[in-house]
Design a protein around this ligand. Structure first.
Ligand SMILES: NC(=O)c1ccc[n+]([C@@H]2O[C@H](COP(=O)([O-])OP(=O)(O)OC[C@H]3O[C@@H](n4cnc5c(N)ncnc54)[C@H](OP(=O)(O)O)[C@@H]3O)[C@@H](O)[C@H]2O)c1
Length: 349
């Protein structure tokens, strides 16, 4: 009979992983390939992580398409963020041990869409055990972005107003809740799809003050609706095109529009009069750049602040879990949008 220690060593040496690989840049439905790969034995500075959950974010899709602002080598594993559990560590690893829960410290190059993988200490951040795994899997990019968008561009005080489009996105819903916790009022713009009423109710329940469609903000009725509020100091734009122009029209004089996404794939157009006569400022934000310019301690502090909001029951994420074995269906669902829920892969199913 094989003794347990031998069996463990055998498993550790010949463990395999199922991973979604990027074979070339292009449409994710045709350039992604699911491959089985064997993982070498853990040694030295290696950390073997079993991946638990990972979301499918627009940034993942853009990276696969080759339109993200950075690229990864061919045959890289897709997926920028996720959560996993440490299964084994090499003898030079000092900061992690078996059963630690971990999230990526890096962004684009992590490769979270896999059942397990070998990482180094610098790739990982230890995560608390009292936060649900699917929240840990999704905190690194979208809620973190929301937190920074409300912190770094305009000095917002209690009672100030901000306006945002794509308000039912994960970033948008995080903005609503973080703003609420700081006493900042939000005007939220969403598309008028089949789930419009559900989205309005969800955003209001999470603390959004005003929720309107991208058609309604062009109407006199909308101007009457916001007449009693101070004009927004900050506009958060993830859409571009006409939607961004409307946000600018509603901003107060000297206001700032920050563009962090381009879901419509149309350019941001700001009429000259708003720049010249009203001193509107336009800036961009990219988390990758922020990470390269700030310390891991700064980032961890933000993530911990978000966990604290969750612990105080002031922060919720809308998640729809899909089995990794149904990856194609999950990918397709993630491209449909509309229902305000993030598709998260359950990587062990
Ligand atoms: N700059 C950064 O560092 C950074 C970091 C994180 C995220 N982002 C960006 O932030 C945005 C939101 O990300 P997320 O993960 O929170 O998104 P998400 O939860 O996947 O939601 C996608 C959002 O985009 C909207 N949308 C999709 N296609 C659209 C179109 N053609 N026109 C207008 N709206 C459209 C959806 O509206 P419907 O529900 O109506 O489909 C939904 O609100 C993305 O652009 C993402 O790339 C940027």
């Amino acid at each position: 009979m094989l003794n347990t220690r031998l069996l463990t060593r055998f498993v550790r040496q010949y463990t395999t992983s199922r991973a979604v690989k990027i074979t070339q840049n292009g449409d994710p439905t045709s350039v992604l390939k699911i491959e089985e790969e064997s993982i070498p034995a853990v040694k030295g500075s290696d950390i073997l992580v079993e991946m638990l959950h990972a979301p499918i974010n627009p940034a993942d899709i853009n990276l696969i398409k080759g339109t993200y602002g950075t690229s990864v080598p061919v045959s890289s594993v897709a997926g920028m963020e996720g959560v996993g559990i440490v299964k084994n560590v090499g003898n030079q690893v000092s900061g992690f041990k078996e059963n630690d829960i971990v999230i990526p410290s890096l962004n684009s190059h992590f490769g979270s869409w896999r059942t397990q993988g070998l990482f180094k200490e610098k790739d990982l951040i230890k995560a608390p055990a009292d936060i649900p795994a699917e929240y840990l899997a999704t905190v690194s990019i979208n809620p973190t972005t929301a937190y920074i968008l409300l912190k770094d561009f305009v000095n917002l005080q209690e009672g100030d107003v901000i306006i945002q489009n794509a308000a039912n996105s994960m970033v948008g819903l995080s903005v609503v809740q973080i703003a609420k916790s700081r006493g900042i009022k939000t005007i939220n713009v969403i598309r008028n799809g089949p789930d419009f009423e559900d989205n309005v109710n969800r955003i209001k329940k999470l603390g959004g003050d005003i929720v309107v469609s991208d058609k309604y903000i062009r109407t006199p009725a909308f101007q009457r609706l916001i007449a009693d509020l101070p004009r927004p100091k900050l506009a958060l734009n993830a859409v571009g095109g006409a939607s961004a122009t409307e946000l600018v029209r509603i901003l107060g004089d000297n206001g700032t529009i920050v563009t962090y996404g381009g879901m419509s794939r149309e350019p941001v157009v700001i009429p000259t009069s708003h720049l010249v006569f009203r001193n509107i400022k336009s800036q961009g934000f990219w988390l990758n750049r922020w990470i390269s310019e700030n310390s891991l301690a700064d980032r961890t502090k933000i993530i911990n602040n978000i966990f604290d909001l969750y612990r105080k029951q002031n922060f919720k994420l809308m998640i729809e879990k899909h089995k990794f074995s149904d990856f194609e269906a999950a990918l397709e669902k993630s491209q449909q949008g509309g229902n305000g829920r993030k598709i998260v892969l359950d990587l062990q199913l």
